[in-house]
Design a protein around this ligand. Sequence first.
Ligand code: URA
Length: 234
Amino acid sequence: MRLNKYIADAGICSRRKADELIENGNVKVNGATVKEMGYQVEDGDVVQVNGKKIDAVGKKVYVAVNKPLGYITSMDDDKDRATVAELVSDIPERLFPVGRLDYNTSGLLIMTNDGQLTYTLTHPKHEVYKTYVAKVAGVISDTRLAKLRKGVDIGGFVTSPAKVKVIKQMPRHAIVEISIKEGKNRQVRKMFAAVGNKVQELERVAIGEIKLGRLMEGHYRKLNREEIEYLKKL
Ligand code: URA
């Protein structure tokens, strides 16, 4: 198998990015740096990227995880916080989160060892609607709704049109469903802050047509064939 495919299949990055890593001398096979693009990996070869051995190609695994609050979306943490890797630790393949979800946000996170899919889903060109349910302080007026729908300035960046629906308005807070295409850092919180409503709780309930549904917090489920095909077609 070509070295770039081997690296992408291991979930590290896309094939294109793997080519860059190879070209830049970040990849070793059996201890020796390989810069040759078409290098063929043989059974038993040990491949290292940036000094770390990567796992041999296994089967592709795709799961939906319900991330609780207080977990970070990376594979390890130098501050010893809980990571989403712990939520899928009984799966033998090494899975990576597709994109990020804040420490204080709960809900749907896709994890996979398919590097190509991760790349596609997180590339701005391919962004899909991600749907969140937010509990926000105060009243969501029609003016605020209109601003959120049109796009707001979140500090040097104007968001693209969002789909926004008030599920319930209570005296002191509101439950609002919002779908956005981009994935800027803390985007939903910043969007509500821009119109004067502080987000108190935030949960992601869908990524495109993949729904969180009744998946319990801290649990995962394997995506079914239709869901995987849907993601690959995006
Ligand atoms: N927007 C946020 O503010 N936080 C998230 O985790 C995701 C989107």
